[in-house]
Design a protein around this ligand. Structure first.
Ligand code: SF4
Length: 359
């Protein structure tokens, strides 16, 4: 492969999607184990710091001012309130705090508040992530200097399906923002949404584009569309859950060093499906605060699921790992104690005698 050659070809990615389901999951799990601790999941909390009234026309998004979704719009949150939420997220074991604003792009007048938020969250010992829309090179530099670790900007879908979803900014605009984020030295969080009525080839195209970025994103959120009444996507046909899990597995294989995040849409997934997603290589979730404007399972339910599966929250390199892990484990232990005994059993000491293992 020359320096400019793409890492993956379309036919390779199509080949992965075409594999029998079990083979694909097995391969993805092997890649996962070669690059990550298999029973650790990174835990982030996402807070909407400015909600609604967005001028963009993303057809899946209840925050667009163009759709009547009944969403209450809010101004930019006060710095103090954001930091209170970050503290709460840390107390329940979250190691990264993601702040999202429904903007086309941040304005100069917003930047001093944004900078204070980044600095304050870092002082709590958490990783920081923001999603604020398109960024110029200069804005990216300012955010980096304030200490922002990650910037989220999704490709959303394939380049060929993109115009069916958004018309107010181009695919090239998105790539340009990702370049500015990289150029400033921040880590990139970029993924997409599936279940928006796209063809299988669009899921191929999305993952191919992400994996062939000059440097793949460190964090790859794979979202299942949350169909919000009032948006143009409200009645789109459901995606087969196995096709969603395939996306996770293919993302894991294409981007072996990236955290693949099971993101929006998780509330609609039962625990068995979430476990299959972890098996397919997902190793990051959002929990705690509301996931932007759509629901997210309660932190306590997630902690219970982690305990039942023997999963531990991943600590953050460069921060006080021991303290973080201790907080997270305490939260898990507390939720175990409060759980109904007949509803709860730790995965390592199963008492479910109806499940007999083949030996
Ligand atoms: S996805 Fe972001 S840019 Fe698009 S409408 Fe929603 S808030 Fe605006």
């Amino acid at each position: 492969m020359t320096d400019n050659a793409p890492r993956w070809t379309r036919s390779q990615v199509e080949g992965l999607f075409a594999k029998p389901f079990m083979d694909l999951i097995f391969d993805a799990q092997q890649v996962h184990r070669a690059h990550f601790k298999p029973n650790q999941v990174q835990v982030s909390t996402l807070l909407s710091i400015k909600t609604g009234a967005c001028p963009e026309d993303c057809k899946y998004c209840p925050q667009s001012a163009r759709y009547d979704t009944g969403l209450e719009k809010e101004r930019l949150m006060e710095v103090e309130k954001v930091l209170e939420a970050a503290k709460r997220a840390k107390d329940i074991g979250s190691t990264r705090f993601c702040m999202g604003a429904a903007w086309r792009n941040p304005k100069d007048r917003d930047m001093p508040y944004i900078i204070k938020m980044i600095e304050g969250v870092r002082e709590l010992g958490m990783e920081t992530c923001m999603t604020l829309g398109m960024l110029t090179r200069e804005q990216a530099m300012v955010l980096k200097q304030a200490g922002l670790d990650y910037y989220n900007h999704n490709l959303d879908t394939s380049e060929s399906y993109y115009e069916q979803i958004i018309t107010t900014r181009t695919y090239a605009d998105r790539i340009n923002t990702l370049d500015n984020v990289r150029g400033a030295g921040m880590k990139v969080c970029s993924g997409g949404i599936v279940g928006m009525g796209e063809e299988a080839q669009d899921r191929v195209g999305l993952l191919l584009a992400l994996a062939n970025l000059e440097q793949p994103p460190e964090s790859v959120p794979i979202n299942m569309l949350v169909k919000v009444p009032g948006t143009p996507m409200a009645d789109v046909e459901d995606l087969d859950p196995f096709d969603f899990i395939r996306c996770i597995a293919v993302a894991r294989i294409l981007m072996p060093n990236s955290h693949v995040r099971l993101s929006a849409g998780r509330e609609a997934m039962n625990e068995q499906m979430q476990a299959l997603c972890f098996m397919a290589g997902a190793n990051s979730i959002f929990y705690g605060e509301k996931l932007l404007t759509t629901g997210n399972p309660d932190a306590e339910r997630d902690q219970l699921l982690f305990a039942r599966l023997g999963i531990e929250p991943e600590a953050v390199a460069g921060y006080d790992d021991e303290v973080h892990t201790a907080v997270a484990m305490e939260a898990v232990a507390a939720s175990q104690q409060s759980a109904e005994p007949e509803l709860f059993y730790p995965a390592k000491h199963t008492t479910n005698t109806s499940v007999k293992r083949a030996s």
